[in-house]
Ligand binder design. Structure first.
Ligand SMILES: Nc1ncnc2c1ncn2[C@@H]1O[C@H](COP(=O)(O)OP(=O)(O)O)[C@@H](O)[C@H]1O
Ligand SMILES: [Mg+2]
Length: 322
């Protein structure tokens, strides 16, 4: 298998309203290679979670295609979908809500093992759960405890152990550290990186925190109002963003070294509602370099060098001091 692990083309989700529709995701295309971390970034409401949920068919797309390991994922029947689902897991933002409060850790972590019938006996199941707990820095003494007995970081470790249980190849992590104390975030991100190396996992890492993304992602995809506006390696995207939206987003992020001043690009107005999106380029009403064509025509995501792609009629590299 030499193609991408995951390939998404024209993925779209329009939620119907009484009048009109919410264009939550509007024709998003990207690939994820085995063992790679692709970050999905963008402001709240731009369609990151909806995209993540569609990747696992937790939400049905309105249009578009998804291939997993070269196989059409959206066309799978029940049995085949079940088998594929073993290979893709999700970790949510809020470990308080995603772990059932009445269950013990043993049963929480074993849930995918039970769903997919992966354990021969109670003893084998327990042994596997202990192994999984150790992988995330917990232990056999935690088996019989309930989620409320753990800190936020430990709960997210439990959620990660559960995701690892069926030996997936892809984990969609939707803001996995956003609800945690900053001091704990790095530990959980480092754990995820260690697990990626150990098991060759691919991550779709959804986040609005650019510092975290810069640390963990191999490539970054920037979304604005349901569309992908730029995608490239973390290195090129952070050092030479092309799209004016990416440039504004990066210019507003905190600088690690305050001595090295950075010009902040302040955007006019707020993000429009996805129930009422602008014509042409969705970003044009707030864009500092917009021209007449931006109102009329949707810019294609075009290569700006070495697989780095941006959807802007006038995009130029814009070196951002780091
Ligand atoms: N089930 C739903 N019904 C209607 N609108 C929805 C639904 N889920 C999400 N949306 C809308 O879709 C847009 C994108 O949401 P979401 O994918 O959660 O964005 P993000 O994760 O980037 O914050 C938002 O405007 C949100 O209100
Ligand atoms: Mg979200």
């Amino acid at each position: 298998m030499t193609g991408p692990l995951l390939s998404v083309q024209g993925l779209t989700k329009h939620f119907p309203l009484k009048t009109g529709q919410v264009k939550a995701v509007d024709g998003v295309s990207f690939d994820v290679a085995a063992g790679e971390t692709l970050a999905l970034v963008g402001e709240s409401g731009c369609g990151k979670s909806t995209t993540g949920r569609m990747l696992l068919r937790l939400t049905d797309p309105t249009a578009g295609s998804i291939a997993f390991d070269g196989e059409d994922f959206l066309g799978l029947g029940r049995a085949a979908l079940r088998r594929r689902r073993r290979e893709m897991q999700i970790v949510f933002q809020d470990p308080y809500a995603s772990l059932s409060p009445r269950n013990r850790v043993e049963d929480i972590v074993a849930e995918p093992l039970d769903v997919h019938g992966l354990c021969e006996s109670r003893a084998a199941r327990r042994e596997r759960v202990i192994e999984l707990l150790r992988l995330v820095g917990l232990d056999a003494i935690h088996l019989r405890r309930h989620p409320f007995e753990f800190s936020g970081g430990q709960r997210q470790r439990i959620a990660i152990a559960r995701a690892l249980a069926p030996q997936p190849r892809l984990i969609v992590a939707d803001e996995p550290v956003s609800a945690l104390d900053v001091s704990v975030q790095a530990q959980v991100v480092n754990l995820m990186q260690d697990l990626q190396e150990k098991f060759g996992l691919a991550y779709v890492f959804i986040s609005h925190d650019l510092a975290v993304v810069r640390h963990i992602a191999h490539r970054v995809a920037v979304m604005y109002l349901g569309r992908l506006v730029e995608i490239g390696t973390t290195e090129t995207l952070f050092s030479a963003p092309h799209h004016p939206y990416t440039q504004a987003l990066l210019s507003a992020a905190p600088v690690p070294d305050p001595e090295r001043k950075r010009t902040r690009i302040v955007l006019a107005g707020d993000v429009p509602s996805p129930a009422n999106v602008p014509s042409g380029c969705h970003f044009h009403p707030r864009c500092p370099v917009a021209q007449a064509i931006c109102r009329e025509s949707v810019p294609a995501l075009r290569d700006v060098g070495g697989g780095h792609r941006a959807a802007c009629h006038f995009g130029k590299p814009f070196p951002i001091p780091v």
